[in-house]
Design a protein around this ligand. Structure first.
Ligand code: HT9
Ligand code: FE2
Length: 394
């Protein structure tokens, strides 16, 4: 039985899919307005914006991300036909607000939302729910219900293509330094406060990254018939130096590997689903440059992009919500992720159990599951606004 031919159960029926992504500039004149959209309300100094703008200038002022999403949109339309598939971004056209307005005009009643972020975090999950909620607010009465599909960090449709990409990258390393080459899994750095607050009980971003990396590394070892040690590192850190962020930075991790005597490494951008700017600049230019200066041979593993298994995964995530009892594959003990984010999920300002304070300034992301038992819902503290729901349960 396929996702398209199953009998209707008591699941959530949908009449469209909405592809939700970050967006990026498409020419030099877009770069600053795009960066202002990304950083709106956060007082990012102009020097930082200029520094990031220079990364885009390196590529003619055009991010590859929108073309990559156009390709994913085409693949999803083909896979899901006749279901209509729409596309909207947080930070650049087509903006979610315009897309949701168009869906309303087209008479869409309920759409499933596939967000191009695999891991729990404010930027990767909650902020997209805020974006969807505000697009609904702007569209007004008659706007479609929006149902966000679950996070997919350990879904086989994500893990298996990444295993292939790691195996291929290992093959690109010079033969003498290939055996036992360390796998350096990378994801976007987060301010520690956001990492601490990620997921329903905190610390989910790093736990999910480690879970996905462990599964991928294990399968790579099985495929090539040899063990490859792995570690997690972070790219694209920004923000003032006195604010703590997740560490180590990928550049420091590569330098430390070289100092420790490693001859090579594979950089695995597990935190991203396409080769956008944070990959082709921050990893392929910056981190690869660091490696070269330290005499470390590196290869970079590809991202899932439009791999047919990844496209099938979206169809399966949709089927999970439409048909109760549909298999919910998850290859690690961290998954499958929840369908509906509980109150305060990924909210950096959430009250912390026992302290009555927000997560900011908490301890490290590894040991931050608060004293509350995971199944118990904390009562909403006075003054905390009602949480964000873009849809009702089931
Ligand atoms: C978790 C995460 C993902 C993965 C999940 C997801 O995909 O959503 C992601 C993706 C992306 N991040 C991207 C670009 C940027 N991220 C920035 C800034 C930030 N990202 C953050 C986190 C994440 N980011 C954070 C905590 C910040 C700082 C605070 C803030 O600003 O929220 C800035 C501002 C400048 C700077 O300070 O670096 C830019 C330009 C692009 C587009 C690339 C292209 O154009 O091809 C993509 C896909
Ligand atoms: Fe979340």
């Amino acid at each position: 039985m396929t996702a398209d031919s199953a009998p209707a159960g008591h699941g959530v029926d949908v009449d469209a899919l909405l592809l939700v992504s970050f967006g990026g500039p498409e020419g030099p004149q877009d770069v600053l307005p795009f960066l202002r959209n990304v950083t709106r309300g956060r007082n990012v100094p102009d020097e930082r914006l200029a520094e990031v703008a220079a990364h885009y200038d390196h590529f003619g002022g055009r991010s590859p991300i929108n073309d990559q999403n156009r390709a994913l949109l085409r693949a999803l339309r083909e896979r899901l036909a006749p279901l209509p598939v729409y596309w909207g971004n947080r930070n650049w056209a087509p903006y979610l607000t315009d897309t949701v307005a168009r869906m309303r005009a087209d008479g869409v009643r309920r759409a499933a939302c596939f967000v191009t972020a695999a891991f729990a975090s404010y930027s990767g999950c909650r902020q997209y729910r805020e974006d969807l909620a505000s697009a609904l607010g702007e569209a007004g009465p008659g706007a479609p219900d929006l149902v966000k599909l679950r996070l997919f960090f350990d879904h086989p449709g994500f893990v298996e293509p990444m295993v292939d990409h790691c195996v291929r990258a290992l093959g690109e390393l010079p033969e003498p330094v290939r055996a036992g080459a360390p796998l350096v899994f990378t994801a976007h750095a987060l301010p520690l406060a956001q990492a601490v607050a990620s997921g329903p009980d905190g610390g989910a971003y790093e736990r999910q990254l480690r879970a996905a990396a462990a599964v991928i590394a294990e399968r790579v070892g099985q495929r090539v018939g040899g063990r490859h040690p792995w570690q997690l590192a972070y790219c694209s850190r920004s923000g003032p130096p006195h604010v703590p962020w997740l560490e180590p930075d990928v550049n420091d991790a590569l330098a430390a590997l070289a100092t420790g005597g490693a001859g090579s490494a594979v950089i695995v951008p597990v935190g991203f689903v396409s080769d956008h700017m944070e990959v082709v600049y921050d990893l392929d230019v910056e981190a690869a440059g660091t490696a070269r200066r330290h005499g470390l041979a590196v290869a970079r593993a590809g991202t899932v992009g439009t791999d047919p298994r990844f496209v099938d995964m979206v169809a399966d995530l949709l089927a999970e919500r439409r048909f109760p009892g549909w298999e919910r594959p998850a290859l690690s003990t961290e998954g499958p992720a929840h369908d509906v984010c509980p109150l305060h999920c990924c909210d950096p300002a959430r009250p912390r159990p026992g302290t009555g304070t927000a997560a900011a300034g908490g301890t490290g992301p590894g040991g931050t599951r608060g004293p509350a038992s995971p199944g118990r819902r904390r009562p909403a503290a006075a003054g905390v606004p009602a949480d964000l729901h873009v849809h009702g349960p089931g």
